[in-house]
Ligand binder design. Sequence first.
Ligand SMILES: Nc1ncnc2c1ncn2[C@@H]1O[C@H](COP(=O)(O)OP(=O)(O)O)[C@@H](O)[C@H]1O
Ligand SMILES: O=C(CO)[C@@H](O)[C@H](O)COP(=O)(O)O
Length: 499
Amino acid sequence: MPLVAGVDSSTQSCKIVVRDADTGALVRSGAAQHPDGTEVDPAAWWAAFREASDAAGGLDDVAAIAVGGQQHGMVVLDADGEVIRPALLWNDTRSADAAADLVRELGAPSGEGSSDADGAQAWADAVGSVLVASLTVTKLRWLADAEPENAARVAAVALPHDWLTWRVAGFGPRSEGLEPDLSALVTDRSDASGTGYFDASAAGGAGEYRRDLLALALRVDVEAAERIVLPRVLAPGASGGVAAQDVAGSAVDGGALIGPGAGDNAGAALGLGMVTGDVAVSIGTSGVVSAIAAEQTADGSGMVTGFADAAGAYLPLACTLNASRVLDAARRMLGVDHAGLSRLALNAPAGAEGLVLVPYLEGERTPNRPDATGTLHGLRLATTRPEHLARAHVEGMLCGLADGLDALRAQGVPVERLLLIGGGAQSEAVRRIAPQVLGMPVTVPEPGEYVADGAARQAAWVLSGADSAPSWSTSQAQVYEAEPVPAIREQYAAVRDLV
Ligand SMILES: Nc1ncnc2c1ncn2[C@@H]1O[C@H](COP(=O)(O)OP(=O)(O)O)[C@@H](O)[C@H]1O
Ligand SMILES: O=C(CO)[C@@H](O)[C@H](O)COP(=O)(O)O
């Protein structure tokens, strides 16, 4: 019974599952918190990984491991493997102006004769996605403009999952006595597709880096951009010869195979065993609707980003900046726990009698409103009960996801079954209100760590050397049905743009 480990290094925490490679049965698990903030020293991810692996009873008995992680974060390394500055995460909006500049520049390379819409479509055609502050390439432009001395030191650019995979493989900064071999950095097509300088549809779907776009972002010529190390993109299910080394302080025994890993949303698709027609609705720090597709999308409106999945296909996705933390904020304001918030929300009528929250508490990405703030509309004496507030927070958060679902449909993505996952999916109110807002039943798989499970499944795939991921039995699921209440979305749509 070989064991495999899957890791989800997400925004708020690191979660590890150890599973039986043959059956997929869960053997052990562990988790540890990440620090708050949109700028984080990657050392904190390594510390949380170590703590989570201890909590999971250690990883020295696993035969393979793969790491899934929050997408887009910019990890810049110098030639000694040192992190040059704290990583800017996907939900850091300081590169919003850089995104707008890059959109304009690609639309009109000569500086004239093009609209922002042309630029947006040019990016969508080039890399599948219109640029917003979340994408790595915009963070690199911000670095070049705001911290040129740091930009000049960049020898390699990695994503959170690439960097953690490199540490698991035993590499790291020279100052810690580790081998800083930047050529040992690896990634996968799903996470690379969220950088803004990788075209997942190129080379027959294997994908190719766009060094010209990296050069544009860093304001250097293409030759200089060629010298920057970008992680080697491993094919789905390939280890590329990457194995853990016997290094002091490494949590994994020498020889264990290391999989390519994945962006967290692609990891979840693998963990859930999603097929065409399934749409994951994930309520973590980010709110995400995503689906498996055979072709890359190129949505010039920017609502849908055209990412890749972890098995060789594509993962069109709409992602909001405001999901589970909207519920956390409501809990804080109302002084209740998760269960209390849920009870309150379910004790108000659908539509909260006209109280509407536009939940842009962290700005927003879909739609692109980096500087927006949240707003409450429809406050009357009659709508100021805690129940109304709780309900408005749940409904507002779900309305953002419903808009994303419409955008997926507009890209021709079939929507047959909604799978509700992420920390926020544990809320009974979310489960029961979601079908009213999303307009169809939602399937809630057993609570679990589906990103880490996807990574574990990938690790088992690497171990097997087979052409496709092993079929593991899927978890029990509960279906929540409710009559759709279109008025909830109508009242939201009437105020959504008044920010
Ligand atoms: N029962 C619950 N009801 C609502 N939200 C919950 C519940 N349990 C956990 N959460 C929230 O889920 C979030 C963590 O979910 P997770 O999917 O792990 O996030 P991420 O992947 O972004 O790190 C936290 O904001 C937490 O407060
Ligand atoms: O930016 C995206 C997707 O494009 C986010 O989904 C991040 O990948 C973070 O995920 P969570 O930590 O919130 O699950």
